[in-house]
Design a protein around this ligand. Sequence first.
Ligand code: UD1
Ligand code: PEP
Length: 551
Amino acid sequence: MPDRSVAEWRVPGHLTCEIRCRPVTATSPPSPTTEAPAPDAGSGTPSAMHRIGMLVRDARRHRGLTQQQLAERLGTSQSAVARIEQGGQNLTLELLGRLSEALERELFSVGPAGPTHLRVTGGTPLRGSVVVKSSKNAAVALLCAALLNRGRTTLRNVARIVEVDRILDVLRSIGVSATWDDAGRDLTLVVPDELDLAGIDADAARRTRSIIMFLGPLLHRAPVFDLPYAGGCDLGTRTVEPHMIALRPFGLEVEARGGRYHAAVTTPGTADRTIVLTERGDTVTENALLAAARTDGTTTIRNASSNYMVQDLCLYLQLLGVGVEGLGTTTLVVRGRPVIEADVDYTISEDPVEAMSLLTAGIVTDSELTVCRAPIEFLEIELATLAEMGLRYTLSPEYLADNGHTRLVDVTISPSRLKAPIDKVHPMPFPGLNIDNLPFFAVIAAAATGSTLIHDWVYDNRAIHLSDLTRLGADVRLLDPHRVLVSGPTHWSSAEVVCPPALRPAVCILLAMLAAKGTSVLRNVDIIARGYEQLYERLVEMGARIEVFHD
Ligand SMILES: CC(=O)N[C@H]1[C@@H](OP(=O)(O)OP(=O)(O)OC[C@H]2O[C@@H](n3ccc(=O)[nH]c3=O)[C@H](O)[C@@H]2O)O[C@H](CO)[C@@H](O)[C@@H]1O
Ligand SMILES: C=C(OP(=O)(O)O)C(=O)O
């Protein structure tokens, strides 16, 4: 196999026509009428016509249409629609186009076919330096926060990731204007006087958990509204109850029914309020801040998260003229402004989780590597733990991020002989070890001598995905859904692995492949684009051998 870089693979030699099946979530409305049965997918591999038929049927049901209603939109008969869905109708491109229009969704597109896979030839060190991009989690919070502002919000240095696109799709669907600058880095948002909440892109909304952060801003915009259920990675059940508790003092009552949150808002009774969060969660703190920002009087939020994305949000709210005190602490005091109309520019700060991912890439490949613009305040415990494990690194003098607040450093790591830490590695809300950085310790622990206990008390399903590292030769024992025991050092070996359906574990497998001699294949990597911008290209620039390919 020739050694081709990602850049070369990204220029397709030819275009293929692809029928791209968009998954329909479990919350789709049930099929409302009597209709001809669709082909039985369990009876063998369905033909292309059957697959298209199933795709049409799923899309129709997702829109809540009967076969008869779809037939009317197409100007055909119900029996013709039944034939299409059974795979018994030859489809012209013209008919596929009309179907897409009638179903209001792209059923086919021209481009590289199928999901994205990686071919990774590992076992060689990386070199040079890499710059940390801005954070996914601050970006989604600020996109939701922009809904508060009647003026123009320009967000600078926005990560070009799928999670941002999903929230943008939702914002645009309700009428928000969102325009990238020519370089595609800065985003200008203008919110209309009236939002089209009925037109919300439910498909995009259901793919992200961050849609929950629409509740805080929207309670100022409409007395009743609906939002689709929040979705996201497969990390196990994630509660929304703390959000409901936090938003009740602002007059918001939410009933979850039929795949949607039905929200009703009454005017809060008191001028000032104190909210005690039952969990020190990041998005729940952000939701409380978003609700408080336009509520008259003073809101005190106790047990607030002081994590990086919350700090970015506080800084943006301050720019909007909202009084926010207690930045970086667990008590935030907000003096709301019922009308916010300000033209502001805010530069999103660097992502500590991306920084940790890039450091891990260097550590497990025994590299001399510099990770530039790492937000040190949000990596201190991680680095202290790594120092304890024997990692050799140096830090540049600190400098400020473009938001004027976040402290950055360049971290240079050197090849090190790692040993397991004496105590377990476990996350805590900031200033603890970041919950999203924990999975990377599994890969690092596999490279270290001795046994490391990794305790993910937070997510029911995230640690489970780490057992995929065994496919590459690691000794990872799942003690229970929350605890893995990793014993090293690992003699990594190449393998073919299907990407776990969770962002950080997926990246962990990729990084282990960089450490493994020989050629590995990582299948269905599209989930990585949810939170990382051009990760493969940037690793290739550091000397990694990664090819992107499609079926
Ligand atoms: C868009 C965004 O910003 N996402 C981050 C945010 O999600 P988010 O704020 O949505 O995280 P969740 O509210 O889902 O919290 C994660 C899990 O931790 C539990 N929990 C949380 C705090 C607490 O004090 N006690 C407790 O038990 C929750 O019940 C849940 O099971 O925070 C998570 C935890 O840092 C991160 O993994 C996500 O990347
Ligand atoms: C769990 C994560 O994020 P989200 O809240 O967007 O699912 C993550 O970033 O690893």
